[in-house]
Design a protein around this ligand. Structure first.
Ligand SMILES: Nc1nc2c(ncn2[C@@H]2O[C@H](COP(=O)(O)OP(=O)(O)OP(=O)(O)O)[C@@H](O)[C@H]2O)c(=O)[nH]1
Ligand SMILES: [Mg+2]
Length: 191
């Protein structure tokens, strides 16, 4: 690529956060064009009673550092995706991961909605633009985005949407919504 004559490459950093087992690793994996870097460890007997796998009994591994994936939107414009670890004992990673992030997707599971409170709090405190994407698990009751907004006590300008973390098109839609929201937020804050 001849960077001397073209614009310098732009990299957007996006975080995928949320509670334990909500689908963060799945989301990064379904959209990444490179084989995603994963830091999965097998859930062991030691975690029984600590790691709550209700509703995700099939889950065998958990992220201990981060997920990493990449998506090229056009030549010279790439999105780097960082999935955060879900379990509280790995949260010390978050400050490093969130440095320079354009925004964050907070994934939510309506069967355990309170699990995403810490992520929402974290990004509100940091002033990082975020959206909430409800990952619709097959056996979970469906709620309207408006109900989720009320339950999470979100500001009116925070987008809330439904998604399927396993489907590329759905994840693409989530990322576009986040980028648009981040742009709007930045435009308002420099005014
Ligand atoms: N039915 C359904 N299952 C899903 C979906 N997304 C993920 N799963 C399953 O749910 C489990 C959790 O997925 P992960 O992607 O590992 O979740 P995570 O948020 O990265 O988990 P931690 O890193 O351990 O916090 C796995 O068993 C997935 O196969 C979904 O959208 N629908
Ligand atoms: Mg994970």
């Amino acid at each position: 690529m001849d960077y001397a004559r073209s614009e310098p490459p732009i990299a957007l950093k996006i975080l995928v956060a949320g509670g334990f087992g909500v689908g963060k690793t799945s989301m990064v994996g379904s959209i990444s064009e490179i084989r995603p870097l994963r830091t999965e460890e097998v859930l062991s007997d030691v975690g029984v009673g600590v790691d709550d796998t209700d509703g995700i009994e099939e889950k065998r591994t958990t992220t201990v550092a981060m997920d990493f994936g990449r998506l090229t939107l056009r030549e010279g414009l790439a999105v780097y995706l960082f999935g955060t670890p879900g379990q509280q004992r790995f949260w010390f990673m978050w400050d490093e991961l969130s440095l320079g992030a354009l925004g964050a997707v907070v994934l939510a599971d309506t069967r355990r909605l309170t699990d995403c409170f810490p992520s929402v709090d974290y990004f509100e405190r940091q002033g990082t633009p975020f959206i909430v994407a409800v990952n619709c698990f097959d056996n979970a009751q469906r709620y309207e985005p408006g109900d989720v907004r009320i339950a999470l006590d979100l500001d009116a300008d925070v987008p809330v949407m439904l998604c399927d973390a396993r489907k590329r098109e759905s994840v693409k839609h989530v990322l576009i919504t986040l980028v648009e929201h981040s742009m709007r937020t930045m435009a308002t804050s420099v005014r």
